[in-house]
Design a protein around this ligand. Structure first.
Ligand SMILES: CC(C)(COP(=O)(O)OP(=O)(O)OC[C@H]1O[C@@H](n2cnc3c(N)ncnc32)[C@H](O)[C@@H]1OP(=O)(O)O)[C@@H](O)C(=O)NCCC(=O)NCCS
Length: 158
């Protein structure tokens, strides 16, 4: 990854909240179909209790972001992961996902789950690389003709 990149956390007290959310909403619109996009509800999603948002910044520009939530102490979900096209294949997606996993781990969560469209081969490859396993194929998860893999990563109890 480029030496000048950094993983940052966005929270309600962040002074750059509006600017960062605006940029992420633009990226959501570009990268995800309408029914899968959080563009319209992004602000609410980020403000939700028990959720986290990390973003990668390269020379002041947002390269990508990851959203996650922990509905209980038993498991967390990765709800979104995206990297801008021009920043892909430079390690940002992996760094973001690792950072989100680390945040979940530090909360003593035992399992991280996610859903991903099997045709998103880059994302499936990244999840597998970091140890996620496919639990099952959920038919019609995104829409009547789009399925999802449900994937999970279990932490060893220590
Ligand atoms: C998935 C995504 C976040 C990966 O981001 P990235 O910054 O390009 O990924 P990285 O450079 O960190 O790659 C890490 C690993 O992911 C996998 N990977 C990334 N791009 C890949 C590709 N085009 N094909 C296959 N595997 C790929 C590889 O395992 C790679 O490890 P390697 O470099 O050792 O081969 C990015 O492609 C993206 O935003 N896609 C569109 C949105 C999306 O599908 N989000 C996930 C569903 S919510």
């Amino acid at each position: 990854m480029a030496a000048s990149s950094a993983i940052k956390e966005l929270n309600r007290d962040s002074t750059n909240w509006a600017k960062v959310v605006e940029e992420m909403v633009k990226l959501e619109r570009k990268l995800f179909p309408k029914h899968e996009s959080l563009a319209r509800s992004f602000d609410d999603e980020v403000k939700r209790k028990n959720s986290g948002l990390l973003y990668a910044e390269v020379e002041g520009e947002i390269a990508g972001y990851v959203m996650f939530s922990w509905p209980s102490s038993l498991y967390a979900s990765i709800t979104k992961l995206a990297v801008k096209e021009k920043f892909r294949r430079q390690g940002h997606g992996e760094a973001l996902l690792k950072a989100a996993i680390q945040r979940c781990r530090s909360r003593k969560i035992q399992r991280v789950c996610l859903h991903v469209d099997p045709t998103r081969t880059a994302a499936v490859g990244l999840y597998r690389k970091l140890g996620f396993q496919i639990d099952k194929l959920v038919e019609c998860y995104y829409s009547s003709d789009r399925n999802a893999y449900r994937m999970y990563l279990d932490f060893d109890s220590d």
